[in-house]
Write a protein of this length. Sequence first.
Length: 257
Amino acid sequence: MKKIKLIPAFFIAVILLIGITAFGQNNPEKKAVKGFALLELYTSEGCSSCPPADDLMGRIQNEYQNDNVYVLAYHVDYWDRQGWKDVFSNADYTQRQYDYAKFLGKEPIYTPQLIINGKANYIASQETLVRNGIKSALSKPVTTDLSLEASQANNNLNVNYNIEGTFKNSNLLVAIVQKAAKSNVKRGENANRVLSHYQIVHHLHSVSLKDKKGTVSIHLPKSFNEKDFEVIGFVQDKNNGGISVATKANFQSSSVL
């Protein structure tokens, strides 16, 4: 009786397994890059139409906290002359809104206005349209990657950034954001109301991108702490205002806030 040799078959199986593994290593599956939605709200405590938009941003922030959805609320200053000065208002944010009006051809400016990814314009209190805009933004492919690492040094925040992808003619903007606050408004259109605010921008730092890696240093507000604040960064085209990527900063474990 002829004996069947099993050893060669074993080696053949091993060789096939090695070949399959090597093929898999040389041909990795491409992972789909998730889209993002950066929501920029223009609001004011002096505007009676703004509280519903502020509340909507608060709900969206809570609902999408595990997704690539980032909310920035800019308090403009042109309502400050109507009987109540918004404690969070800043003329720089009014100018940023004017810049968007030029990019988008949507003059005059108004509140509450919402811009998504620097390209789409909405009345910020129109919930259905806003939510559809978020879904649309999340469905679009992303070709640029941004990572941020932040650490506090005395009264400054040092943010290390790393960008992969195209960033020609772009700025990196880094926002210091207070997650929530309340204001007791005594005059103006919202007189005698306690207003809730979300994702309030205290500072917006801009740097023209030359290299894919670098560090920006930002002076912190006195009330800054890691629990109540966060840092959001994004890359924006200088020519058309389009935003290619956005993310939150990771705080290095060595930082003491």
